[in-house]
Ligand binder design. Structure first.
Ligand code: MN
Length: 447
């Protein structure tokens, strides 16, 4: 299982759009991806201005494709993810793999990195899965980070204070750099595993291997003490400096607005390996793929957490308008009055970045914004059903929050039907029709 095999699978399902006209990596490719955002196809940019390489984008841009990649249907998706988080499996380490076809000295100027938005600091890598070990070798970690391209051999890495940050801090305190592999062009399962909220100490490559039914193979890097999937398209080997830092940004993140600029560490690239005819994988910041990759694992966490407070959680949607990160719509089977508010509390507890949450009954489609709005319009009373939590930690990605401290206000909306009043008051009325009538309607077309 590799990105290549997945692209072949998607070719057969007519999910791939081949762009054969010459396009530039600077703004033109991002513009095309953005134009087709939300349920857009996989883009294969086959002819680039100034580069020999092809670019692929929007691979995980739809829920359907993510489900196909994991071999599950929508209702099985969260279960599959959670099972892999609970039972990670060590992948086999192999001597050689397609990614080692070409091993070269570092020269980043040959790789078609994209420049995405008007005021971005420059080209960025946005699809990188980074693997590293702790100084004592006891902990391994794989996670997704954005990298700003500084020159032919250097990158700046955004380290959100999570696991790789912790490994880097520990190395820095011991006056050491941390050696990393940067994988670009991986199977969607590797991407999803690396975006998963598993505890520190769990190697996300083991989670990926569980998601891939034990078919992931890793190779040891040539120039860095790190591993990478053997079937990657491209791997950069490098070291995150314990000393050298630069201002990283400006850069557009998931909300489609510019993130604040910060001092971040520099990565020295010490080696490059790739397939002979490698394809460069791009992820458009704030595009539907970015939102799904970041949001889906959190939906699974919310689904699990909510399932503990009500008999049945039907569906969770970290909606596109909420950038796949800040807004959740949860549909549940309510049993007792007050269940709705417990669902909201469970959702906030499961995903600390969540800002606004709406809970609805199972007759509401969480993916249909109009349906959700209708539930709020007809089933919600602000004086009874509104939950406001002030001065709580949220996401620094939200422009309206205090982006230094991360403090924000959260709102929960309980738009479930009150059980104290008759169902007829709240259920959508139906029009009874015969089968014959349905067939008649199907034939009605405007000519
Ligand atoms: Mn981790």
């Amino acid at each position: 299982m590799s990105l290549r095999s997945f692209l072949e699978q998607m070719e057969a399902k007519r999910e791939n759009l081949h762009v054969t006209d010459e396009v530039s990596t600077r703004f033109e490719i991002p513009f095309i991806i953005k134009k087709w955002d939300d349920e857009g196809p996989i883009f294969l940019f086959e002819k680039l201005k100034n580069f020999e390489t092809k670019v692929v984008a929007n691979i995980c841009g739809t829920r359907k494709r993510i489900c196909d990649a994991l071999g599950v249907c929508q209702i099985e998706l969260y279960g599959k993810l959670i099972e892999a988080w609970r039972s990670p499996r060590k992948p086999e380490i192999v001597e050689n793999g397609p990614v080692k076809e070409i091993i070269e000295k570092p020269d980043l100027s040959k790789i078609p990195f994209l420049t995405h938005f008007e005021k971005d600091a420059g080209p960025y890598i946005t699809s990188a899965v980074i693997h590293a070990k702790s100084v004592d070798g006891s902990v391994e970690n794989a996670s997704v980070h954005r990298l700003q391209v500084l020159d032919k051999k250097h990158l700046a890495i955004r380290l959100v204070p999570r696991h790789l940050y912790k490994l880097w801090r520990t190395a820095k305190e011991a006056d050491k750099d941390i050696e990393i592999s940067i994988s670009i062009g991986v199977h969607p399962a590797v991407m999803l595993a690396a975006s998963s909220p598993v505890p520190f100490g769990v190697n996300e490559f083991d989670v990926a291997n569980a998601l891939m039914d034990n078919s992931l193979r890793l190779i040891k890097c040539e120039h860095a003490d790190a591993y990478a999937p053997a079937e990657d398209e491209l791997v950069l080997e490098g070291r995150i400096s314990g000393i050298r830092e630069v201002i990283e940004g400006p850069f557009v993140d998931i909300t489609g607005t510019y993130d604040v600029e910060r001092r971040q560490p520099v990565v020295e690239v010490v080696g490059i390996m790739h397939r002979k005819d490698y394809v460069y994988q791009a992820v458009l910041p704030s595009g539907s793929e970015h939102r799904l990759l970041m949001g889906l694992p959190r939906e699974a966490l919310i689904w699990e957490s909510v399932s503990k407070v009500v008999p049945k959680a039907n569906a969770v949607n970290l909606s596109l308008g909420g950038s796949g990160w800040l807004h959740a719509i949860v549909s549940v089977e309510k049993q007792l009055e007050g269940d709705g508010k417990n669902v909201l509390l469970a959702a906030f507890a499961a995903h600390p970045s969540l800002k606004h949450a709406v809970v609805v009954d199972s007759d509401i489609d969480v993916y249909d914004a109009t349906d959700v709005e209708w539930a709020i319009a007809t089933r919600f009373q602000a004086s009874e059903d509104l939950l406001i939590i002030k001065n709580v930690r949220g996401s620094t990605l939200d422009s309206s929050a205090d982006q230094e401290t991360g403090l924000t206000s959260k709102v929960g909306i309980d738009a479930t039907c009150p059980l104290t009043r008759s169902d007829d008051k709240f259920k959508r009325a139906k029009i009874p029709v015969s089968k014959h009538f349905k067939e008649l309607v199907r034939k009605l077309v405007i000519v």
